[in-house]
Design a protein around this ligand. Sequence first.
Ligand code: PDD
Length: 293
Amino acid sequence: MSRTVYVNGNFVDEADARISVFDRAFLFADAVYEVSAVIGGAMIDNDAHLARLRRSLDALGMHMPCEESRIAAIQNELIRRNALDEGAVYLQVSRGAADRDFKYPKNATPTLVSFTQARRIVDDPVAERGIDVVVVPDLRWKRRDIKTVGLLAACMAKQQALDAGADDAWMVENGMVTEGTSNNAHIVTGEGGIVTRQLGNEILHGVTRAAILELSHREGIDVQERAFSVEEAKAAREAFITSATTFVCPVVRIDSQPVGDGRPGPVTRRLRQLYIEMARAEAARSKSDAVAR
Ligand code: PDD
């Protein structure tokens, strides 16, 4: 079924959406993006996604193309027009179109694009069985905290994982895990605490990661924010990933080696459950707010 997408002020059929060949997203990956989960027709933690969008734009000397509330209205209108119940809303801002030149153009108008993708998130069978990851070198640039559309190294790592019969890759730099190709990486120690890499330029500051750390604190689960090695991950009791499109998903094998007993573990399952409850509560609140308006 054809979707309605948003391009620069217009809601159009995806077949009719047009972007200039001179758009800097196309020529230089000079664009940033966000992916927000949708559950029960409502976005989850979208304010945090829009705050990170602003941070990414700031880092590249770009401005928000419009007020956050206007962006959220566009996202919600896309959800409505596409009757999206569960999945994601993708949002991208590029510096705009200008004749090809490395320097930032002075007067380009930012390009704002958004579209929806339907997918199962809550009752995802992959989260039930857990995923296999392989370890690959991190070939990305040094500002991974900026959520740019320059994702080719991540695509290469993902494809390498699939070619090896796994589901995803954990990227490694100087022997330490940075993150998954499109998710943050976490392990559970023998004592039942969580270890996850500290924030910095080496990883994306995940919105789901932040929510899970908050939930862990509330649950009395110990959290250490520090780098961990591949060896430590392989010897961990549990491992999992977080992202807007997977929530909390168990990692049951690393380089074909079972993590713990090779099945999703209790800490991971508990955090996934808690996060789903939180997301459902937020969706219910958004729905009742929308009815009240
Ligand atoms: N990816 N690390 C990387 C490299 C990511 O691309 C993502 C998200 C995350 C998790 O961030 P968050 O919890 O805010 O979704 C971590 C999105 C889902 C994507 O590119 O499709």
